[in-house]
Design a protein around this ligand. Sequence first.
Ligand code: PMT
Length: 223
Amino acid sequence: GGDGVLTGKRVVITAGPTREPIDPVRYITNHSSGKMGYALAAAARAAGARVVLISGPVSLAAPAGVEVRPVTTAEDMLAAAGRAVDEGCDIFIAAAAVADYRPGAVAEQKIKKSADDMTLALVRNPDTLATVAAREDAPYCVGFAAETTEVARYATDKMVRKKLAMIIANDVSQPGIGFNSDNNAVTVFWPGGQRSLGPAAKQVLAADLVQLIAERSSQGRDG
Ligand code: PMT
């Protein structure tokens, strides 16, 4: 695009779930469909940005003009995001629902059933968004917060802890929005302000979010 609000900007977006292997045939994941992140990628592209979309396993087509880089695990996502930011990034948006934990060891062979109980030992995954936001050359970083209770408090806590410029809070306890639905409703927080958007189709919401991100990021981190 020639005169969009993000013309000349480089935007990196994460989307979808991650998939953490247990053995050759099993994995841990979540209900993220990728719809929110893909809608943001399409909206950022429509606003004139060069967009790299780092995507966990989803069944969505690549948005036109967007470079999709597929990943599987949280560790893959961290590595791909690091590379994409190294290449140049003005705005980083983390819409992915990353598994917080992965199996500590991946069994080489299919785990056979035997005892009535079994325990899976999990270890913490790296945090892609926090890692990008902690860089010396950090882009304008936008996170999501999917919460079921005390949405505003947990979301703003996350913004401060992860050193984000903005956080988009999703109340995923509400039916019909959030994970895997076509619609969403969010409250966006930044230091010193907030705005509620939706309920609306994820495409409509994404266009509004891109406008807001473009406005606020052009005023600098603390503007
Ligand atoms: O994909 P859809 O079906 O369209 O659903 C959209 C969504 C509900 C998944 C999306 O709107 C959303 O809220 N994504 C964030 C989901 C989440 O669980 O976030 P969180 O509160 O665990 O993480 C906070 C932020 O840190 C997020 O921006 C997340 O991408 C990022 N993060 C978290 C953990 C981790 N290891 N690495 C990360 O980058």
